[in-house]
Design a protein around this ligand. Structure first.
Ligand SMILES: [Zn+2]
Length: 255
């Protein structure tokens, strides 16, 4: 495919060859945000558009807010890899992937410029409206692939996006002392924590054992929703934030 018409009016097209059919003719009902994690935007863009990389995304957002579309939304772009959310494990078939140019953890977590954040928000609103995507299904790559992936990182301004009408978010509960759970702990409170994380959508088994996977999922949760401390320890602020977030989910508040 050499060219196609952009699905989003604000994008210019730079086609990537890396895509296939959405399995079972699925329509996207999730938006997944990534950072590129490379030194420069153009390095990342070249990689996403090279057949040998076998990776791509639907959209690419430069630091200055310019938006490129690499893959038509109707096609399955290869951005998520192995992951799971709310029981769904073919994330690429059900999502729209957006790569945000940012050097990420390897580059010392540089800030996301205002123009870029506004451009991401506008793009997400447009996709969300056209495909009727629920706010709580605008997610981080790290949410669907905990441990394996950490992007777009704890420095990504989810709150700004939320205030701009994108995603599900709630003010995190303040970090205080009190009871906490960590690697090696076991019992009913750990089971309750795992059940809440699974209910939100995270890929976690309810075993009552605070294992490495549980720590990784708690870190993913913190990265998105309680970024002030990302340590994989389920402190009272983490648990309270998760509790409030679940309570505010539109799907549990429909009358
Ligand atoms: Zn990613």
């Amino acid at each position: 495919m050499t060219g196609f018409a952009a699905d989003y009016a604000g994008a210019s097209v730079t086609a990537s060859p890396n895509h296939g059919e959405r399995v079972d003719g699925r329509s996207p009902d999730m938006i997944l945000l990534h950072y590129t994690g490379m030194g420069t935007a153009d390095q990342a863009l070249t990689w996403l558009c090279t057949a040998e990389s076998q990776v791509s995304s639907h959209y690419f957002v430069y630091e200055d807010g310019r938006v490129l579309q690499l893959v038509p939304e109707a096609r399955r772009a290869w951005h998520a890899g192995k992951g799971v959310w709310d029981g769904e494990n073919d994330i690429n078939s059900c999502s729209i992937g957006i790569e945000i140019a940012n050097a990420g953890h390897p580059g010392g977590l540089p800030d996301f410029p205002e123009a870029q954040v506004r451009a991401v928000a506008q793009l997400c609103r447009d996709c969300g409206e056209r495909w009727s995507i629920a706010p709580e299904r605008v997610l981080a790559h790290s949410d669907v692939a905990p441990v394996r992936k950490v992007d777009p990182g704890e420095n990504f301004p989810w709150q700004k996006l939320y205030l701009d009408g994108v995603g599900h978010w709630i003010e995190p509960a303040p970090i205080t002392g009190g009871r906490f759970f960590q690697l090696g702990d076991a019992g009913q409170p750990v089971e309750a924590l795992q059940a809440m994380l699974a209910l939100y959508g995270y890929g976690i088994e309810v075993t009552g054992e605070f294992c490495e996977r549980t720590k990784g999922v708690v870190e993913a949760f913190q990265r998105h929703f309680r970024p002030a401390r990302v340590d994989g320890t389920a402190d009272s602020s983490t648990i309270e934030t998760l509790h409030r977030l679940l309570g505010a989910l539109p799907k549990f508040n429909r009358s």
